[in-house]
Design a protein. Structure first.
Length: 152
């Protein structure tokens, strides 16, 4: 499948916000504590404008079918690394999944981190999102910290 990765622009805001809504709906299947009403999981406008951030979209046949946001930020004072890279909001439309588009998005982020000499990269996933975890492990990501939750 032929695809093109581009930097997202403000004119892409509407489609990215729709992806954000679909992303939240998917997350609700994995996390029963997410509210039922509209949730702004990511402030897309802020991410699009953020210095130290890279918001990517992936197109197939000139149609945006996925996106992700990567950022470089100051690390915690206790870390040996001054900066850390983080990948957020990985999303590919359902009908385009299984075509290596997420792989291409992550690889673009990894290349950007390499260009910026980032030595520590983080990505989060729900423990019960096997597909995401398997994909991230292929890039060398490993579990380091695990968050636990009680739902009463």
């Amino acid at each position: 499948m032929e695809s093109i990765i581009k930097l997202a622009k403000m004119k892409n805001l509407e489609i990215i916000e729709e992806f954000n809504n679909q992303y939240v709906d998917f997350c609700r299947e994995l996390d029963p504590t997410i509210k039922k009403e509209k949730v702004e999981y990511h402030n897309i406008k802020k991410c699009l404008k953020q210095k130290g951030g890279q918001f990517l979209v992936i197109e197939v046949d000139k149609q945006i079918v996925g996106c992700c946001f990567a950022e470089i930020r100051k690390h915690y004072d206790w870390s040996i690394n001054e900066k850390v890279g983080e990948i957020h909001f990985m999303f590919v439309k359902k009908k385009f999944r299984g075509n290596q588009l997420a792989v291409k998005l992550i690889q673009s982020c990894m290349d950007w981190f390499d260009e910026n000499r980032i030595k520590e990269i983080r990505i989060g996933a729900y423990a019960n999102n096997k597909h995401a975890l398997d994909l991230y492990r292929k890039f060398g990501f490993k579990e380091y910290a695990i968050n636990l939750k009680i739902i009463k």
